[in-house]
Design a protein around this ligand. Structure first.
Ligand SMILES: O=P(O)(O)OC[C@H]1O[C@H](O)[C@H](O)[C@@H](O)[C@@H]1O
Length: 321
């Protein structure tokens, strides 16, 4: 069932569900928050439709967010899940995206909250698990004129954030409303919160080819699990395809598992000490020890979207620890 908010600051409940099984949605002028009856919560800033918090049922934060990040719409959020569209990294010269800033405009545009829908599924313990999907929209019609001047295509984006018991799904649908085809790249730039980067490995990329952005963009092949001993910035195309999980392992135990849908690439990034020191919005400065970005996307090459066509890509993150 879809419940569209008709006034800001509405605290909405889902008709038909018992009081103890309600999902609480708070829709303010700056962000939308959802809390499941089991205690899990998610917070999305309308600026960038950036997920800035995801907590498990014990209230433990799963995403890393810089203490120095701006949340006032003056700069892309440093942490959480910024959304990269329509270009990843610095745009190439002589391309339709050339005038855009690094990572495009989705993360720096104000999105509209379109509404929520809840669904129930059978839990592993036999009871009912409730999940809530929050939809956000951004289109060329609502884009600010300065951005429109940099990339003039007619488009529509629907970004859905689904909070479940022990999982978070983020999914983007891009529709080409223009009369011309356009090229796009998409990336769900997730900053995972971890205890200690030196005790973390990323599993599921073994055998994958990757571009090493800290070694002259050389093409390499991953031989074993990824370990972190310094600045890491790599674009992988995992061999098992999107449905094979990429896992963040800490002290030998899987803490997050990421399964992708229609997103062939995975960026792995940790800025380490020097790059973290150079970023004005990165704090604390040793915070790089507590974060790793494992980013599901389609960024090696371009997806060309024909007029009227849609592209959909998603990730589901499961907490395993
Ligand atoms: O500083 P930002 O524009 O947010 O980019 C942060 C990082 O995003 C990705 O992970 C890229 O692979 C990195 O090269 C980049 O440094």
């Amino acid at each position: 069932m879809v419940d569209r908010p008709n006034k800001p600051s509405a605290l909405s409940a889902t008709p038909g569900l018992p009081a103890q099984a309600q999902v609480n949605i708070t829709h303010g002028s700056q962000k939308v928050t959802a809390v499941l009856p089991t205690g899990e919560s998610v917070e999305i800033l309308l600026y960038g439709a950036t997920v800035i918090s995801w907590k498990d049922k014990k209230g433990a934060e799963k995403l890393w967010l810089s203490e120095a990040t701006k949340l006032d719409g003056s700069k892309a959020v440093r942490g959480g899940i910024p959304l990269v569209f329509p270009v990843f990294g610095p745009p190439p010269p002589n391309h339709a995206t050339s005038k855009l800033p690094q990572h495009g405009f989705a993360r720096t545009s104000r999105w509209e909250f379109l509404g929520k829908s809840t669904s129930e599924s059978e839990s592993s313990e036999g009871g009912a698990d409730l999940s809530v999907k929050l939809d956000f929209g951004l289109s060329s019609a609502s884009l600010d004129p300065q951005t429109k001047a940099l990339w003039g295509y007619a488009f529509n984006l629907i970004y859905s954030v689904t909070l479940g018991t022990g999982s978070l799904t983020t999914s983007l649908v891009v529709t080409n409303d223009d009369e011309r085809p356009f090229d796009l790249q998409v990336l769900l730039h997730t900053y995972f919160r971890i205890d200690d980067i030196t005790a973390v490995t990323v599993k599921g990329l073994e055998g994958a080819s990757y571009v090493d952005k800290v070694d002259a963009k050389k093409e390499k092949t991953q031989s074993a699990e990824v370990k972190f001993v310094g600045e890491t910035d790599r674009v992988y195309t995992p061999v098992g395809g999107p449905s094979a999980p990429v896992e963040i392992v800490q002290g030998g135990k899987t803490v997050f598992s990421v399964v992708r849908d229609n997103l062939n690439d995975v960026v792995v990034w940790n800025p380490w000490s020097e790059k973290a020191a150079a970023m004005g919005d990165f704090a604390p400065k040793d915070g790089y020890k507590n974060m790793v970005c494992v980013e599901a996307g389609s960024v090696r090459g371009w997806q060309t979207l024909e007029p009227g066509d849609a592209f959909e890509g998603a990730q589901t993150i499961t907490i395993s620890g």
